[in-house]
Design a protein around this ligand. Structure first.
Ligand code: DI6
Ligand code: FE
Length: 408
């Protein structure tokens, strides 16, 4: 017998075939936290009452996979509202960074914060994501820039996944910015990051390694050294690539078989081609594009024609995207990048899972995958991307259990 059976559902399975992998009169069952059955209700192998201990009549509501936010920097100290004001007075994000502000401001506040303070700061941001149906989230370090503080951030990220009903994937982003004590010696800092790698790996606190390959971040060669150290220590990689300029980050990520390359506004066609061949997901971050008032569009057509899977994420961070709404990112991906609502929803389900190396267990409604679901009060899946600032979540289900009840 199954534990739970949802009937009279419209299912957006996000598998291939019909748009959204949709099934109009569907049913879905869970057992032991996994999807045990999914298909047309008429093909159920018995009456609902015979099949499951609990039957939930969805009365035609839509069900999608639980949402996945595959790129965030949720754990940090302080905020950067003051820099927002400075930018409105005319300073650019790069100017603020070069003057010693930007990421370094957050590094100072993060180093000074206790684990409890970091937890308390991140908790409401994470709850905001969960309230919209996020069941899996990636959280990066990168505001410590020394081993002690990077591990502190990663420990807090891990503990949030134990405290709240969400799967947390953690990423070590030691090569995010140059800390003040290494001013003028970025190669020396990269040596230090590589030297942190064995302990980061053995701590078990990081699932993936990331870096910021950019003129205000680290060079192609420096990033390559970080990736090599990650590989030597058995950790997969992803990259902040080509956000403000084309340093061929997409190609570098592809060369290392990266799970994803993220941002990608300045990526070339050949970079997109290399990603397609490597199976590297393109993670687009419309919140950062919007908040920094970027004008250079990521090469969507190149990704589409090369067959690169495209994911969408909040990039939730204090400097370039203080966003805690993944649904808003769906709308922005469509309005700013001209993605279709179906592409956007794939970006926070199937392709978001792939960007985290979790394709086998999450991201679609298929038998054997984790029973992470969202039940929505909508008439079509496109509404998830269409509305602005509206949350139609009825219930979020994590590992087969109801964990969040929405307001509608
Ligand atoms: N790119 C980003 O968008 C974030 N990090 C990065 O490398 C911004 C981080 C920040 O400004 O605090
Ligand atoms: Fe980021």
């Amino acid at each position: 017998m199954w534990d739970r059976l949802w009937i009279n559902a419209r299912l957006a399975t996000m598998t291939d075939g019909a748009p959204y992998g949709a099934l109009a009169e569907g049913a879905l069952a869970s057992a032991d936290g996994k999807i045990a059955w999914v298909g047309p209700q008429g093909e159920l192998p018995g009456t609902p009452a015979e099949l499951a201990r609990e039957v939930i009549d969805l009365e035609g509501r839509w069900v999608t996979p639980g949402l996945i936010d595959c790129h965030t920097h949720l754990v940090y100290g302080g905020n950067r509202a003051r820099e927002f004001e400075l930018r409105l007075e005319g300073a650019s994000y790069e100017e603020i960074a070069r003057a010693g502000g930007g990421i370094r401001n957050t590094v100072k506040a993060t180093r000074e914060a206790s684990e409890e303070e970091l937890r308390a700061g991140a908790l409401p941001r994470l709850k905001s994501l969960l309230a919209e149906g996020v069941t899996t989230v990636e959280i990066k370090s990168g505001y410590g820039l020394n081993l002690e503080t990077e591990l502190k951030q990663l420990r807090v990220a891990r503990s949030l996944g134990k405290e709240l009903p969400v799967t947390v994937s953690t990423t070590f982003l030691g090569a995010h910015a140059l800390p003040p004590e290494f001013e003028g010696d970025s190669d020396g800092y990269i040596d230090a990051v590589c030297a942190m790698m064995p302990e980061v790996a053995s701590s078990g606190l990081a699932d993936v390694v990331d870096a910021f390959c950019e003129t205000i971040g680290f060079s192609y060669e420096q990033t390559k050294r970080v990736f090599q150290a990650a590989r030597d220590n058995g950790l997969p990689v992803k990259l902040h690539a080509d956000q403000l300029s084309d340093l061929e980050g997409a190609k570098l990520a592809a060369d290392f078989g990266a799970l994803s390359a993220d941002h990608l506004e300045y990526t070339s066609e050949s970079g997109a081609q290399a990603m397609a061949e490597a199976g590297t997901v393109a993670v687009l971050l419309p919140g950062a594009f919007y908040f920094l008032r970027e004008t250079k569009q990521p090469p969507l057509e190149a990704f589409r024609s090369a067959g690169v899977p495209i994911a969408i994420a909040t990039d939730s961070n204090p400097g370039s995207s203080p966003a805690t709404s993944l649904l808003l990112m769906l709308n922005m991906a469509c309005t700013l990048f001209r993605m279709t609502p179906e592409e956007a929803l794939l970006g926070v389900t199937r392709h978001g899972a792939q960007a985290l190396g979790l394709r086998e267990s999450r991201g679609t409604l298929e038998v054997g995958k984790v029973a992470d679901l969202c039940i929505w009060n909508i008439e079509s899946p496109a509404e998830l991307a269409y509305r602005i600032g509206f949350n139609p979540l009825v219930t979020a289900v994590k590992d087969g259990r109801d964990v969040v009840s929405g307001a509608v």
